[in-house]
Write a protein that binds this ligand. Structure first.
Ligand code: F6R
Length: 245
């Protein structure tokens, strides 16, 4: 695990975008899993700029969606699908046939999860995951208490996620379940980049990086991954004190 502390959100986002660009240059058919959420918005903006400047082709890449709110259609602005379309797919030349997102309206959610696991398996595994961290330490919708040993699954969203998640929606929205890749996908992914910025993430990052590696703080799993990079800004790092021995 490597930890990088940046002066600000802008420099963090540049570095994260460079990570994606450099992989795609090296492996044009890379399998990418890029999270939705506020944290990576600037990373994706810079990714699009850099891809244009350097003429990077994403048409051979495979895109794997990390998660989705069950029951929320892709036309809803709060859905992960809508976010990804706006910030990534509309601006980079991913082929629609290589974009795999959970269908959160599927009648059989278990089948949906199994289908996603098969896609990842036949794609040869994920090369790079770029993830954020929730206020409760979740990654994707792997909520506190979720086993590190799961692939895609249906997640019972916890109270924090249901509350904080309202920020993505125009109106009060009932959120109960999510579909998500599992933490086993994260462990098996060739590389993981975890991004966090702003003072509100300082406490949970401190727990994830300095507390026990334990499903109570799902993001703590990042320390089990040898090729993980944590990118945080100074505000997040301000709470990162060594544990008393
Ligand atoms: C989004 C996702 C979530 C977010 C996390 C942080 O696809 O998987 O786990 O990464 O909730 O969200 P933001 O970045 O909005 O603080």
């Amino acid at each position: 695990m490597q930890l990088f502390i940046f002066d600000d959100y802008e420099s963090l986002s540049h570095r994260a975008a460079d990570e994606i660009i450099s992989l795609v240059k090296q492996k044009p058919n890379a399998v990418l899993c890029l999270a939705a959420g506020n944290t990576p918005v600037l990373t994706y903006k810079y990714l699009v700029q850099k891809a244009r400047d350097e003429n990077i082709d994403f048409s051979n890449c495979v895109f794997i969606g990390l998660d989705e709110w069950v029951g929320i259609p892709p036309e809803n602005e709060g859905s992960c699908a809508w976010f990804l379309r706006k910030n990534i797919f509309n601006n980079l030349n991913f082929l629609p046939s290589r974009i795999h997102l959970f269908d959160a309206l599927a009648v059989d959610l278990h089948t949906e999860c199994n289908a996603m696991d098969r896609v990842i398996f036949y794609a040869g595994g994920i090369d790079l995951m770029v993830v954020g961290i929730g206020m409760n330490g979740h990654i994707g919708f792997n909520e506190p208490g979720t086993s590190f040993d799961l692939y895609s699954h249906i997640s019972q969203l916890d109270a924090t996620t249901r509350l904080v998640g309202q920020k993505y929606f125009k109106e009060q929205t009932s959120l109960g379940l999510g579909l998500t890749l599992g933490l086993k996908h994260l462990l098996e992914s060739k590389k993981v980049v975890l991004l966090a910025n702003g003072r509100s993430k300082a406490d949970i990052i401190q727990k994830a990086l300095l507390g026990e590696i334990n499903p109570a703080v799902p993001a703590s799993i990042i320390r089990r991954h040898t090729e993980s990079i944590i990118m945080i800004d100074k505000e997040v790092a301000s709470h990162l004190k060594q544990k008393d021995n």
